[in-house]
Design a protein around this ligand. Structure first.
Ligand SMILES: Cc1ncc(COP(=O)(O)O)c(C=O)c1O
Length: 387
């Protein structure tokens, strides 16, 4: 072992002893509810493909056609020479769909989040107010800024109000997941918007798990909660979950988006996503918009799962979204339950710290419109048997 590797090995051993080693399962089939994983066929409840679009043939065809027409790569960042017609078309479609004046696209949601908060609140005189359960990318984004970082207890609007009232910051940015990625609950968006108005703050909303699923025609959590496309609001949505492809967008006012385009380092200093991906996403947006039947089916599956899990020894968290976490608590027990389901041909991810707080390890059951009622019945039957 090289001397440099000694401390790495010690940390890897510490993770293993705490039951926190992470493994990647190798998928040998397209993303879908029926998956071939490490040589066996399983029923999967693990992806974020909430509408079942990841392997949709129309999107795959748009991707292939896009590649034939526009080539494989964009060749540069958007501001150098990598901004192609499919990117512009996608931006325009996303702005119209979300109701905002303008939008920028990114290769990942992680990069999109890194673009917004530290650009709006860059200086030491600024302040960021973040829900404690925000996604890691929002936490990392705040750490890229010199602004003060206040974290309020999950969903606690009174605590947020106190922090805002006590702040003398020049620029205030409130930032929250819309649908919390590991809990599935919806942030109090109306209250967040009201506080942003009262304290003249920006409101940055990460709708990774609401876009495509919630709101009229899948327009997302802001539409679901009737929050207007106000100039103080910036909406981030990811395009690798319900949209089934990859990438992300930030939508906002003409000026806010121009400001990000000029200043956001994770927009400026990275190669634009392949234009074919943008072409595939235009098709995906059409399917999202026409996807009321998918969304209604998903809602039925959510109700079915919740009813089927009602009398288990583990509680489902109070989520009305496709993310249905079954709280176990202990790392090893969560892992063991996931393993027992796996042995029954059911793939559900066990989520452990640091992704969730210590003592709250859980199974993150992720439902998709591609599941059938029989699929959900198979999962609830297996959980009852294991209880
Ligand atoms: C709430 C939230 N924000 C942002 C991201 C990052 O998006 P992406 O996977 O496109 O980088 C994720 C998940 O990956 C997420 O769950």
């Amino acid at each position: 072992m090289h001397a440099l590797e000694i401390s790495l090995t010690a940390e890897l051993e510490r993770l293993a002893a705490a039951g926190l080693t992470r493994y990647r399962r190798l998928l040998d089939s397209p993303c879908g509810t029926r998956a071939v994983v490490e040589g066996r066929a399983v029923l999967a409840f693990a992806s974020n493909d909430y509408l079942g679009l990841a392997a949709h043939p129309d999107i795959a065809r748009a991707l292939a056609d896009g590649a034939m027409k526009w080539g494989a790569g964009s060749g540069a960042s958007h501001l150098v020479s990598g901004h192609l017609t499919p990117h512009a078309a996608l931006e325009a479609r996303l702005a119209a769909f979300t109701g905002f004046a303008r939008c920028l696209t990114f290769s990942t949601g992680y990069l999109a989040n890194l673009a917004v908060t530290p650009t709006l609140a860059a200086g030491r005189d600024d302040a960021i107010f973040a829900d404690r359960l925000n996604h890691a990318s929002l936490i990392d984004a705040a750490q890229l800024s010199r602004a003060r970082h206040h974290r309020y207890p999950h969903g606690d609007m009174a605590a947020l109000e106190r922090l805002l009232a006590a702040s003398a910051a020049k620029t205030r940015v409130i930032v929250s997941d819309a649908v919390f990625s590991m809990d599935g609950d919806l942030a109090p968006l109306a209250e967040l918007f009201a506080l942003a108005e009262r304290f003249d703050a920006w409101l940055v909303i990460d709708d990774a798990h609401g876009f495509g699923v919630l709101g009229e025609e899948g327009r997302g959590s802001l539409a679901h909660c009737h929050i207007p496309a106000h100039p103080r609001v910036l909406l981030m949505g990811t395009l690798g979950k319900a949209a089934g492809v990859g990438g992300a967008f930030v939508a906002g006012s003409e000026i806010a988006i121009e400001y990000l385009l000029q200043k956001a380092r994770s927009y400026i200093f990275t190669t634009a996503q392949p234009p074919a991906v943008a072409a595939a996403l235009v098709k995906s947006l059409e399917l999202i918009q026409a996807g009321d039947a998918r969304r209604a089916h998903l809602q039925n599956l959510i109700r079915q799962l919740r009813a089927g899990c009602a009398d288990l020894p583990w509680q489902l968290l109070p989520s009305q979204t496709a993310i249905q976490p079954l709280m176990v608590g202990d790392n090893a027990q969560a892992q063991a339950l996931a393993q027992s389901l796996w042995e029954r041909g059911l793939w559900v991810a066990a989520i452990r710290p640091p992704t969730v707080p210590a003592g709250t390890s859980r199974l993150r059951i992720s439902l998709s419109a591609a599941h059938t009622q029989d699929d959900v019945a198979a999962l609830t039957a297996a959980l009852r048997e294991l209880a």
